[in-house]
Design a protein around this ligand. Structure first.
Ligand SMILES: Cc1ncc(COP(=O)(O)O)c(C=O)c1O
Length: 367
């Protein structure tokens, strides 16, 4: 729509409503009423901006992150640690869980830590980080610590509740959730939003949006929330949108856990990945409640890249994670793995899809 939402026409007012609904729906997803919403072009861009504001303005001589972070936060932390002369402390991964232990992160925090940046779940292994405990223990060690969370991987797979995990910044990407590319959504706490940042001087200090907004990107978020609350409505009589959203996400989580179980241990007559000769399941933590629906596997007879091609020939799209990739090398190194095939289905898959996938996988072991 060509009209600018910042005008007074009827169409502009309609676009303002679309944006207001989208903002309200972002708050529904995260369970927050205060703070600032920042819609950026990508989740990565929003992350760099949030890291910058905190690193440049919050006193401290060090910053803490983990080896499993996506480059969007790891590289932002590295860049701004250099620019602000802070030491970057990096917590190691745990090859058994595929995640990072809270103890390892908390051990790096002290009174001089300016920022902790950590992901909600690993996009390589699917391991969820215990953010609630981490926030509590990190702030017990340094009261008032600024914390940013990358929720890009986890947001489509589980409930996020900022009332239980009161961090200072969090981001997600609508395209991971049936939305489209071209936007990254961030939320900043009131104190983080007030830090100096790029801003039109006449706007409020806590405003982060720069330039005229894109209402369509807000409409995308509302569609996502409509969809999840629609699922929730099948299982609850609630009328509150957040309650329905939580119920919908909970059902998505349960369905995905069942799919994960079927992938690992088989379904119907089809044996699972764990039982297949010639297939190695990596980061196979037995407690499925600690994992998003992602599995990393290796083939005895196929390089990950060849396996991805063979899958594609059979109508299955998976992704190779190899040590030479800028998106996965650091993380794989931390697990001493040269590569993996990453399988990342979604709740819209059904048990029959899993059976077909497993049959194809078994076929690949015999190539
Ligand atoms: C965990 C995680 N963080 C951040 C991103 C960055 O998202 P984008 O490339 O859309 O900015 C991704 C993308 O895959 C991701 O998986």
């Amino acid at each position: 729509m060509p009209d600018c939402p910042e005008r007074i026409h009827e169409r502009a007012r309609y676009l303002q409503d679309v944006q207001a609904r989208g903002e309200s729906d972002i708050r529904t997803m995260l369970n927050t009423r205060d703070g600032s919403i920042y819609m950026s072009l990508t989740a990565s861009a929003a992350m760099f901006d949030m890291v910058r504001a905190i690193m440049e303005n919050v006193p401290g001589t060090n910053a803490v992150t983990t080896i499993l972070e996506h480059p969007s936060s790891f590289d932002a932390m590295t860049y701004y640690a250099q620019r602000t002369d802070k030491a970057l402390r990096v917590a190691p991964s745990n090859p058994e869980t595929g995640g990072v232990d809270v103890d390892e992160i908390v051990a790096l925090i002290d009174a001089d830590t300016a920022l902790l940046s950590v992901m909600y779940a690993s996009n390589i292994s699917g391991a969820k980080f215990d953010i609630e405990t981490l926030v509590e223990r990190a702030r017990a060690k340094k009261p008032g610590l600024f914390i940013i969370v990358d929720a890009v991987q986890h947001a489509p797979h589980g409930v996020i509740d900022l009332q239980k995990t009161p961090v200072d910044g969090i981001n997600f990407a609508p395209y991971k959730f049936f939305g489209c590319r071209g936007s990254g959504v961030a939320w900043l706490s009131p104190r983080a939003a007030m830090l100096p940042h790029h801003r039109l001087a006449a706007k409020q200090q806590a405003a982060w949006e720069l330039g005229s907004p894109a209402p369509a990107q807000f409409a995308v978020v509302s569609e996502i929330v409509d969809y999840v609350t629609w699922i929730g409505g099948h299982f609850s009589d609630a009328t509150d949108r957040r309650e329905l959203f939580v119920q919908g996400m909970h059902r998505i989580e349960l369905h995905e856990r069942a799919l994960l179980h079927a992938l690992l241990d088989g379904h119907g007559a089809q044996r699972g990945l764990r039982q297949m000769v010639g297939v190695d399941v990596f980061w196979d933590h037995p407690d499925l409640t600690r994992r998003d629906l992602i599995i990393g596997v290796g083939f005895a007879n196929l390089h990950p890249t060849d396996a991805v091609r063979e899958y594609e020939r059979r109508g299955v799209i998976v992704y190779e994670r190899v040590a030479s990739s800028l998106y996965s090398g650091r993380m794989l190194d931390s697990f001493s793995l040269p590569g993996a095939v990453r399988i990342s289905p979604l709740h819209c898959h059904a048990p029959g899809d899993v059976e077909r996938f497993l049959a194809v996988t078994e076929e690949l072991t015999a190539i």
